[in-house]
Write a protein that binds this ligand. Structure first.
Ligand code: M6R
Length: 610
């Protein structure tokens, strides 16, 4: 959840480190810090509460000299956001930054205190600094001290260690939190995400679980969990350099909402052709595996879970294959039964979400016929650890609120369902053609939905002064309503709930009054008439309705009901399409409320802690 950057170079690196933190700020933004050392062991550490900009200002005004350094942007887990709790943490000549959670920090703290160490923060991370300092007393090298330290840590970490007295190197350890090494010429870098380093290199090595590496200006030495020296492949990044740029948009979220037609086109490229989905494009063994699948188990968190919930309707109604969807943090801690010939699918934008990754690892030991991930980040842990990865090609998503990741996940899942149904001979050629035609039409239709921006913005003032909102949908539009409520609560801080509309009278109807807007996702489908009855139930209780529907749905605006009529689209892709106005609504409400749209309070983009 935090961001880490490090460098060993001849030039002064403070500016590079701060720029790296800016690019990582989406991972956490409670406080930030930097520590730099020069060739003569002159050392500076600066830390600031708040966003990276605070740190950038002070770094600019202080001349920070030195070619070796580490930096960190924090999302608080242990200890409030404060300067004292900001990283880097120090113990004697040792400085560290850490991403993750050290679960056994309490006994370690007691042990270290008994050895005379004084703790200056409330963080779990500080134990790493003191442990390395202690181990270095008996170790011959810094890497040996870090290896001995790592052996005592429980939990997740990506941690970087710098020794003021040995300024030529950094040592980095990965266990549960991603770390990439950026390879330069006469200089090397590291970070928790390659995005941080794209302005200095495009060549990356991805550390694997348990790896500990030492980087100097000219060398990178990596040791695996057993202490064996290993090679890790260098890959050329294809992430766009300007991914961290808002361009003409006011916020990353807005930019990403508008990028959806292109992101969907990219996700479909090479995977469909007129009339058919190309099963082989899903993975080398896809045909063979999909033929045998009898059950699908989806695991995910947050928005990705909502994508899974939507796909469940498709797996069962289109492909005729049973499907369960579960929140990763629940799945991993309960006794579950693996059904025969069951395919496990994780869905994740980042590919690093701690709970989803842990569920994936658990599932690999529990007899699933295969583990697949639908993921947006190449080289991420989930991609590397799955049997096959179906990549969404949304491009880098920076806004904490997931938008284009969600609609590309849905696009990928719909293609997967179609391939599955076809391989199992449950989807006819005509049906396959209908689905593929709907997919081809989708990007243009989404452009049209985006042109409703102004009309939707005009609704936003009705929501901005409310404390509660209700979203309703039925069938596959119920998870779309859930996703809409997540978007609104996440960026506008308005309490938003979503219900399957049929559940209304079983409780939530009691909440309905003129102070609670009720948003209904109401496309034309088999359930429309049922939904109309649910709408009447709200109307009869004085509720104010905002109905998003298709032409000829038979709704009319009046004092208690505003109708937003969107152009007609295929029933099949309608869940993807109806997501767009929901995203726009959340965005415009947040604008009026003046919240931090891209970095909403208390949240971070990649949740790499439990
Ligand atoms: O990277 P993932 O898709 O695994 O992340 C899962 C959730 O943390 C994420 O979808 C979160 O709910 C969104 N930021 C909400 O917009």
């Amino acid at each position: 959840m935090c961001g880490i950057v490090g460098a060993v170079a001849q030039r002064d690196i403070a500016e590079i480190l701060v720029e790296g933190l800016r690019r990582l700020e989406y991972r956490g933004y409670d406080s930030a810090g930097i520590a730099v050392v020069d060739g003569q062991s002159n050392y500076q550490r600066l830390r600031r509460l708040g966003k990276v900009n605070e740190l950038a200002q002070v770094t600019k005004n202080t001349s920070v000299i030195g070619g070796t350094g580490i930096a960190h942007t924090r999302w608080a887990t242990h200890g409030e956001p404060s300067e004292a709790n900001s990283h880097p943490h120090v113990s004697g000549d040792i400085t560290i930054v850490h991403n993750g959670i050290i679960e056994n920090h309490v006994p370690l703290r007691t042990l270290l205190e008994s050895r005379g160490y004084q703790f200056l923060s409330q963080t779990d991370s500080e134990v790493i600094a003191h442990l390395v300092e202690w181990e270095l007393k008996s170790a011959t090298t810094l890497i040996e001290a870090v290896q001995k330290t790592a052996a005592q840590l429980e939990g997740a970490y990506g941690a970087v260690v710098m020794n003021r007295l040995d300024p030529k190197r950094l040592v980095v350890a990965r266990s549960g939190s991603p770390i990439v090494i950026g390879c330069g010429v006469g200089e090397n870098f590291l970070a928790s995400d390659q995005l941080a380093l794209l302005n200095v290199t495009r060549r990356f090595m991805f550390l694997e679980e348990g790896d500990i590496a030492e980087i100097t200006r000219h060398e990178i030495n990596i040791y695996d969990a057993s202490g064996e020296q290993v090679e890790r492949e260098i890959t050329e990044s294809n992430v766009e350099q300007d991914a961290g740029d808002k361009g003409k948009f006011r916020h990353f979220m807005q930019k990403e909402v508008y990028e959806q037609p292109t992101a969907i086109i990219n996700t479909m490229e090479g995977r469909i052709r007129p009339g058919e989905v190309i099963t082989e494009s899903i993975g080398v063994h896809a045909v063979e595996i999909l033929k045998k699948v009898e059950h699908v188990q989806i695991i995910a968190c947050g928005t990705s879970y909502n994508a899974g919930m939507t796909a469940r309707y498709w797996f069962e109604s289109l492909a005729g294959v049973s499907c369960d969807v579960e929140i990763a943090s629940e799945f991993r801690y309960r006794q579950f039964v693996t059904r025969p010939n069951s395919l496990l699918i994780t869905i994740s934008q980042s590919g690093e979400t701690a709970d989803t990754l842990a569920a994936l690892r658990l599932a690999k030991e529990r007899g699933y016929m295969g583990v697949m991930t639908v993921c947006n980040v190449a080289g991420s842990s989930m991609v590397r650890e799955s049997d096959f990865a179906f990549m969404t090609r949304a491009g880098t998503e920076i806004g904490v609120a997931s938008t284009k990741a969600f609609t590309t996940q849905l696009t990928a899942l719909l293609m997967l369902v179609t391939a599955l149904g076809k391989e199992q001979k449950r989807i006819t050629q005509e049906k396959e053609k209908e689905i593929v035609d709907a997919l081809y039409a989708l990007p243009t239709q989404i452009e049209k939905a985006l042109s409703f921006d102004k009309q939707i913005a005009a609704l936003a003032p009705d929501f901005a002064d409310k404390e509660h909102t209700l979203f309703l949908g039925r069938g596959e539009f119920y998870p779309i309503a859930v996703e809409a409520s997540l978007k609104l609560k996440e960026i506008s801080y308005i309490h938003a709930e979503a219900y399957a509309a049929g559940e209304l009278k079983h409780g939530p109807l009691a909440l309905v009054d003129a102070d609670m807007p009720v948003v209904v996702v109401a496309p034309t489908n088999d359930l429309l008439e049922k939904l109309k009855s649910n709408i009447e139930e709200v109307r009869a209780r004085g509720g104010l309705l905002y109905v998003f529907c298709a032409p000829k749905a038979g709704f009319e605006s009046d004092q208690s009901m505003k109708i937003i009529t969107l152009p007609h689209v295929s029933d099949i892709t309608a869940p993807i399409y109806y997501t767009i106005p929901m995203q726009l609504l959340a965005y415009h409400v947040a604008l009026i409320k003046g919240t931090d749209v891209d970095q909403p309070r208390n949240l971070a983009k990649a949740v790499t802690v439990e």
